[in-house]
Design a protein around this ligand. Structure first.
Ligand code: ABN
Ligand code: CU
Length: 692
């Protein structure tokens, strides 16, 4: 990565002198026509902000963070305001020692160069038959390891070997982890995980704790382990032998086109998206990636607000293996890397099928410059099966079947070995769904021949995939018919009265046990699958005309509820407090307050006793999946789906989908098969109407 050349104050504070390329908006008129205050920063704005920060840095000698030649390893918060086209710095705050900005892509890539040129790493790799140029490193945020001083910007490298161009490096994990200081570019330590005896299962180390940095030979007290050499490829061109998966490709499927002969049914004005009765704003930023704001539904002419903002606040993948240094594997992929920073530039016909509209995205990179994605966000429609149907079973009775369509707003991020695909789905019955799909390659570590692996699955010989959890935090800023909302928790419980009693003679009775989360201290909630616990965001000021209940949106977490399995006082629980509960409800003013001193987390924000009822609130919903890897997840994992659903509940007078008409798809056909050769051919056209 090229160091930022910062001139002396005598040099003019021009973009060229400060190494900033100022992107120009294509045309002023075009920019003005689509401008919206909730838009993500454009590439031009990022360069302009970067220029303002550098100019400030040059003018103010105390603000040295941007000048690597005087790097002091402190991080700063800068607040800028835009006045008549000029960005001004209004506040600069030095953050406490140990506060680190996100790891950047450049730092990740640079880590590979650093380890390839470090003499100790070269020697250790050579001992297991790996050449420096074959070494690959995934740079992981270290999270927690108090053996290193706070000011060091440490990164741990998970090492693999790549023996052939483009080959799957994760099939060849190495048995040691270098630790780097990103600021000095030096390897500062090597960690050697202990291994377990094939016979007794006993650990080669005295215990699972980190050895002191001063331990001789980096605390290594076991035999070195050669990386597995068997190839496990997934790229089609690498499939022939010696790849163990070498197989002829299966017969290609016949084409299945998604065709919209009359075009799409949505409208896009800048970043504002309208479809059916939905309207929303879509934006993108480097940290959260995709953001959906100001979601409204046109209910018979009344535009009803539902969500002010929805975004991914955080995600963490804690692993189960307790032997050092594996417990350090719990990177925060939003906070420490940025989901937007890792977003893919999407490809038509592969990532996105059908008639697609893309939105661009931009984020600030290591050098303070914008990185642009032409296709960061994909917008399209999909058939979603049956929306509703009924047949009057009496002879001559009528039948109606209505198909469902969904609007999908999505992005995909590559998070080193894994990919995460995020789809915000909007349905015609008022349902909003965040569907997360997980795919990519498992994080793996080597196992010695015959070694016992109590915390992982051997997905291939000597390739061990540790058990882990994928835990996400969805930040919901609700606006259900207004900014003042409450959260109601409801459980389904059997009647207290025993079977045979007056109240419950047959014993079948069950009711909803309902309570409003009244105070901040009640804002941290557990999921209860047995009681089918639900949370409903309501507006207590408006009631349903028939049920008399407050209008609301219910959160269905079933199947997606995941809470941290690590101990409450574990390293990971202390950092990923959000993952310890299924739902956090906090006051907006608390959740949005800018803080510069730790501890700072939802755990702190739910400690006071301010009211939560009928207030401007925020919800942080914890969801995800526990992953005990299967050999079938290897070498690339078929997608796993996790769904969080928000359903209107007492919000609409009746089914909002009752006005969707049954329309026959004239392109559908019946296929018949020749019983001799099994070949199919189309024989008939669809019925004239789906309502008959
Ligand atoms: N999941 C941790 C991570 C993310 C990006 C790059 C390397 C490692
Ligand atoms: Cu997983």
């Amino acid at each position: 990565m090229a160091p930022i050349a910062v001139p002396t104050p005598q040099v003019p504070l021009t973009p060229a002198a400060l190494n900033v390329t100022v992107d120009k908006p294509s045309t002023k008129a075009a920019a003005a026509a689509t401008y919206h205050p909730l838009d993500g920063l454009t590439a031009e704005e990022i360069s302009a902000v970067s220029l303002a920060v550098r100019q400030h840095g040059v003018k103010h000698a105390d603000f040295k963070a941007i000048n690597p030649s005087v790097s002091n390893s402190f991080a700063y918060n800068a607040v800028l305001t835009l006045t008549e086209g000029i960005w001004n710095i209004t506040a600069v705050t030095k953050l406490p020692e140990g506060t680190q900005p996100q790891i950047t892509m450049d730092e990740l890539l640079e880590s590979e160069d650093m380890i390839r040129s470090d003499p100790t790493v070269i020697r250790l790799a050579a001992e297991v038959g790996v050449k420096p140029e074959e070494l690959c490193a995934d740079g992981w945020a270290i999270g927690y390891d108090d053996r290193f001083p706070q000011h060091q910007r440490v990164q741990q490298c998970l090492l693999y070997a790549r023996f052939f161009p483009d080959s799957n490096l994760y099939a060849h994990p190495l048995d040691f982890f270098p630790v780097l200081d990103c600021n000095t570019g030096k390897v500062v330590h090597i960690d050697f995980p202990a291994h377990r005896s094939p016979t007794s299962g006993k650990l080669s180390s005295a215990n699972t704790a980190p050895p002191p940095l001063s331990a001789p030979n980096f605390g290594l007290n076991r035999e070195r382990i050669l990386p597995p050499r068997e190839r496990h490829e997934y790229l089609p061109e690498l499939m022939p032998p010696p790849n163990v998966h070498a197989k002829e490709a299966r017969d290609e499927l016949r084409p299945l086109h998604v065709s919209q002969p009359q075009g799409v049914s949505f409208k896009v004005k800048g970043s504002e998206l309208e479809w059916q009765k939905w309207k929303m704003h879509v934006s993108f930023n480097g940290r959260e990636g995709l953001v959906i704001s100001t979601v409204t539904y046109n209910d018979d002419g009344e535009v009803r607000p539902i969500m002010y903002r929805m975004s991914l606040a955080e995600m963490v993948v804690p692993y189960a293996a307790p032997e050092h240094p594996h417990p350090r594997k719990f990177a925060f992929d939003v906070g420490e890397y940025g989901m937007g920073v890792m977003a893919n530039d999407l490809s038509l016909g592969c990532d996105c099928l059908g008639t697609i509209h893309y939105l661009p995205g931009a984020y600030v990179n290591h050098n303070g410059q914008p990185t642009k994605l032409k296709r960061a966000v994909c917008i399209h429609e999909e058939d979603a099966g049956i929306l509703w149907k009924h047949t009057d079973f009496r002879e001559g009775g009528k039948s109606v079947a209505v198909r469902s369509r969904k609007l999908v707003v999505s992005m995909i991020a590559t998070v080193a070995n894994y990919e995460y695909c995020f789809y915000y789905n909007f349905f015609q019955d008022g349902t909003i769904e965040l569907e997360t799909r997980l795919t990519g390659i498992l994080n793996v570590y080597t196992a010695a021949q015959g070694e016992k692996t109590p915390y992982g699955t051997l997905v291939a010989p000597q390739v061990q995939a540790h058990y882990h959890q994928h835990i996400f935090s969805l930040r919901l800023d609700p606006m259900v018919d207004g900014l003042h909302n409450s959260v109601i928790e409801s459980d389904l419980v059997p009647l207290d009265s025993p079977t045979g009693s007056e109240d419950n003679f047959a014993g079948n009775g069950f009711v909803q046990d309902i309570k409003t989360l009244g105070h901040a201290s009640e804002g941290a909630r557990e999921y209860d699958a047995v009681r089918d616990r639900k949370w409903t965001i309501v507006n207590p000021a408006r009631k349903h005309y028939a049920s008399g209940l407050p209008v609301g949106y219910s959160i269905a977490l079933r199947g997606a509820a995941t809470q941290l399995l690590a101990k409450p006082d574990s390293w990971v629980a202390r950092r990923a407090v959000f993952a310890t509960k299924a739902l956090w409800v906090v006051r907006e003013d608390e959740g949005n307050r800018m803080r510069t001193t730790p501890p700072d987390s939802v755990g702190e924000w739910t400690k006071d006793d301010k009211t939560l009822d009928n207030e401007d609130i925020l919800l942080f919903l914890t969801f995800g999946t526990n992953h005990v890897p299967r050999p079938e997840d290897w070498p690339v994992m078929p997608v796993e789906h996790v769904r969080v659903v928000l359903k209107p509940n007492n919000f609409f007078k009746w089914s909002p989908a009752i006005d969707v008409r049954a329309v026959v798809d004239k392109a559908s056909k019946v296929v018949e098969f020749n019983s001799e050769n099994g070949n199919g051919h189309s024989v008939s056209e669809p019925v004239a109407s789906c309502c008959n």
